[in-house]
Design a protein around this ligand. Structure first.
Ligand code: AMP
Ligand code: MN
Ligand code: MN
Ligand code: MN
Length: 312
């Protein structure tokens, strides 16, 4: 039996390993496939694909690299906003629609990051861009980077303190993130020919009823997969999510949410130790994509399918 990990971060967002190191690490763990799913970016994907190719050419065992991203979204239910994350798997590298969408998200992040820097500085806590990027200029700066910088400067001693005191979204120092609706993210991923998956459904502090509502609302919008297997899910939670998949005709996926040294207890492929994601899940996703391959370039402005090339 081969194992995979469909939720992995590199230093293109808030992971600590380069895309090449992630591929090597997955190979050492004996994984047959990984999806690189950095927050709101696909910037690490081409490097990971190149690393896979090099390993193959050198005759080394290598995981297949699946291009992806993890898009930050906001779900509005009865006026209450909840941040949720949408994984886009099998995104064609360089897809212009995806690129433009993510570029806009990153511009909004840049503006928010500058505002956090300004508000901190106004209270005498001066951080530079370099403190945040740590020499990796291409990285998408998240609040996790701010937390690391605040620890390094000795302003706080743990990430938890940093988030509580300085990085609460909508709090004194941190404006809320510009949000996109999860339905928009689903539609973007589908149009690009990718496979949209609701990430870590049990991490949103929602009741089970709300998880069901969220998942079925998104299924109506075209969601294809649910992250059933995840580092922090209990066996019982995975069982319930698997059952939800069956009911809604979604495909189960699984991943660790590996971040390298930023989340040192989470190991690629095995999470906190108990996670195993079978390669068979990936085969089901691949078959689904082959069977449902549609040419969305034939969609008109309003999104109506003019001609549905069901098979290709
Ligand atoms: P952002 O996308 O800029 O809002 O930042 C979100 C990042 O911060 C995610 O990658 C989380 O892993 C991390 N994060 C959020 N809350 C916490 C927390 N309380 N402690 C540690 N990391 C957190
Ligand atoms: Mn993260
Ligand atoms: Mn996430
Ligand atoms: Mn993640």
């Amino acid at each position: 039996m081969s194992y995979i990990d469909l939720h992995v971060h590199s230093c293109a967002s808030d992971g600590t390993m380069t895309p090449e190191e992630v591929v090597d690490c997955a190979a050492r763990a004996g994984l047959s496939a990984i999806a690189l799913t950095d927050h709101d970016t696909t910037a690490g994907v081409s490097r990971a694909l190149e690393a896979e190719k090099k390993r193959r050419e050198a005759g080394l065992p290598t995981p297949a690299v699946i291009p992806g991203t993890e898009i930050s979204c906001s779900w509005n239910r009865d006026g209450k906003e909840t941040e949720i994350h949408m994984l886009g798997l099998f995104l064609p590298p360089g897809n212009s629609g995806v690129q433009k969408f993510l570029d806009d998200m990153i511009s909004a992040r840049d503006a928010r990051n500058r505002e956090i820097l300004r508000r901190l500085a106004a209270d005498g806590i001066v951080l530079s861009e370099e403190d945040l990027t740590e020499g990796n200029e291409d990285t998408v700066i998240t609040r996790a980077h701010f937390a690391s910088a605040l620890i390094k400067k000795g302003v706080v001693s743990t990430a938890d303190q940093a988030f509580k005191k300085y990085l609460a979204s909508g709090g004194r120092y941190c404006p809320p993130k510009q949000t996109v609706k999860p339905q928009e993210a689903v539609s973007l991923i589908l149009k690009a020919g990718g496979f949209p998956v609701l990430a870590h459904p049990m991490r949103y502090h929602l009741s089970w009823k709300e998880v069901e509502t969220l998942t079925s609302d998104l299924t109506a919008a075209g969601l294809q997969g649910l992250e059933v297997y995840y580092s922090s899910h209990t066996a019982e939670q995975s069982r319930k999510l698997r059952e939800l998949c069956r009911r809604l005709h979604l495909l189960p996926t699984g991943g660790s949410d590996f971040h390298g040294a930023k989340k040192p207890d989470i190991h690629i492929g095995t999470g906190y130790g108990g996670l195993r994601v079978s390669e068979l899940l990936l085969e089901d996703i691949r078959s689904h994509l082959d069977e449902n391959c549609m040419d969305f370039s034939l969609m008109d402005e309003g999104g109506e399918i003019l001609e549905n090339l069901a098979m290709c």
